[in-house]
Design a protein around this ligand. Structure first.
Ligand SMILES: [Zn+2]
Length: 393
């Protein structure tokens, strides 16, 4: 592979911005970081004073560009990840909806086929699969199809683990379901990250789950239990436990619609910028004109309406997934939540890399790390994307 330099950039590092810098890339990795003009290579790209950050890592995304991972089709998968790449995403964890085992198996096979194909290097890296369900609570179904919800049992979870052929990376589970803690204890040693979500857990059940090894909370504030009144007493839920526990990382859909400005700021204040992972939770309609789309597969998906920058249920009563892209999340965090750029970027680069076990090679701009890079302007408009040192956008 080639050696080249991206010169004259403002580098978005984990602890701040380095102005007037350059990065030398060799063999798909970051070989050196220096001042602008300090590297003399034949191949030098002028970064025009734009920002260069690590590639974005989206650990909760269902689709985009008209395609859904539940379509279980390699072409659809490439459409979705290729679309998100245009917005700076270089590593994805494709996310499923609740479905029958056979349908999930087809989704896994399609993703594995894409990952192993010749063209893989021209697309975002697939780090593994995020299973959202089927062990979730019907009371907190959100837009998930309740007919496929199940209770965890060793037979059920082992069948899914086998079908995933080693690609199961994150599992969103309602921890209050019987044996959910046991499932977490048995499987987390094999590298599966457990995230509490779509859940009615009490505060105590949530704490028990975090003690059992749940390390994340799925889309904080959405589809999770919070304060109720019982005979006058205020009873906290998973939301409060997720915000309070320092060892728990919260996914946040920072599209500017799911959470209004005060809640974005509340999460930042409560968690600090190291324990937030920005996720799109994007569905098929991301990047498409307003209109009617299916949430889930072409054959079995549910009708949703996209308008005003978000997907709605047909009656307009609730949200049914986002149409966000990674660049939009960073834009919202800087311009709406008032977070410094380098910290907003950290929430979708270094933090997710750490949560999914990639902190030794991705998520920061550092010598020896994968040359997965995004070049963008002050409004977070993406100009170029590099994956493994290849310019893909
Ligand atoms: Zn989701």
């Amino acid at each position: 592979m080639s050696t080249f330099v991206i010169d004259n950039v403002n580098l978005v590092l984990e602890d701040g911005i380095r102005h007037g810098a350059a990065v030398r890339v060799a063999d798909g990795r970051i070989a050196a970081i220096g001042d602008a003009g300090s590297f003399k290579e034949d191949r030098t790209a002028d970064g025009e004073g734009l920002f260069l950050s690590p590639g974005f890592i989206d650990v909760h995304v269902h689709g985009g560009g008209g395609a859904d991972f539940m379509d279980a089709d390699p072409a659809a998968c490439r459409t979705a990840i290729g679309f998100h790449m245009l917005h700076g995403t270089t590593t994805v964890v494709p996310t499923t909806l609740c479905a029958e085992d056979e349908e999930l198996a087809r989704v896994f096979d399609a993703l594995i086929a894409v990952k192993r194909s010749e063209e893989a290097k021209w697309f975002p890296r697939i780090a593994g699969v995020h299973l959202e369900g089927p062990f979730i609570n019907p009371v907190q179904a959100g837009a998930q199809p309740p007919e496929y919800f199940k209770n965890p049992s060793p037979d059920e979870w082992n069948r899914i683990v086998d079908a995933a052929k080693g690609e199961l990376l994150i599992w969103t589970v309602a921890p209050e379901l019987e044996d959910a803690d046991r499932m977490c204890r048995e499987l987390r040693g094999s590298g599966i990250v457990f995230s509490a979500g779509h859940s009615e857990a009490t505060f105590e059940e949530s704490v028990r789950a975090f003690d059992a090894g749940f390390t994340m909370a799925t889309h904080v504030y959405s589809s999770m239990s919070t304060i109720t009144r019982v005979r006058g007493e205020r009873v906290p839920g998973l939301l409060e436990a997720s915000l309070l526990r320092d060892d728990v990382t919260c996914e946040m859909i920072a599209d500017g619609r799911h959470l209004p400005e005060p809640l974005l700021k509340t999460v930042v204040r409560m968690k600090g910028t190291d324990r937030i992972v920005l996720v799109t939770d994007a569905m098929r309609g991301a990047g498409m004109p307003d209109g009617e789309y299916l949430l889930g597969s072409i054959g079995r998906g549910r009708r949703v309406l996209v308008y005003d920058g978000i997907a709605h249920t047909p009656d307009g009563a609730s949200f049914a997934g986002s149409v966000a892209t990674a660049d939009r999340l960073v834009r919202v965090m800087t311009k709406v939540a008032g977070v410094p750029l380098f910290e907003a970027v950290k929430m979708i680069t270094k933090n997710p890399a750490r949560e999914i076990g990639l902190s030794d090679r991705r998520g920061v701009i550092k010598e020896g790390y994968d040359a997965d890079l995004v070049l963008f302007d002050g409004d977070i408009n993406v100009r170029s994307v590099f994956i493994g040192g290849e310019k893909t956008v």
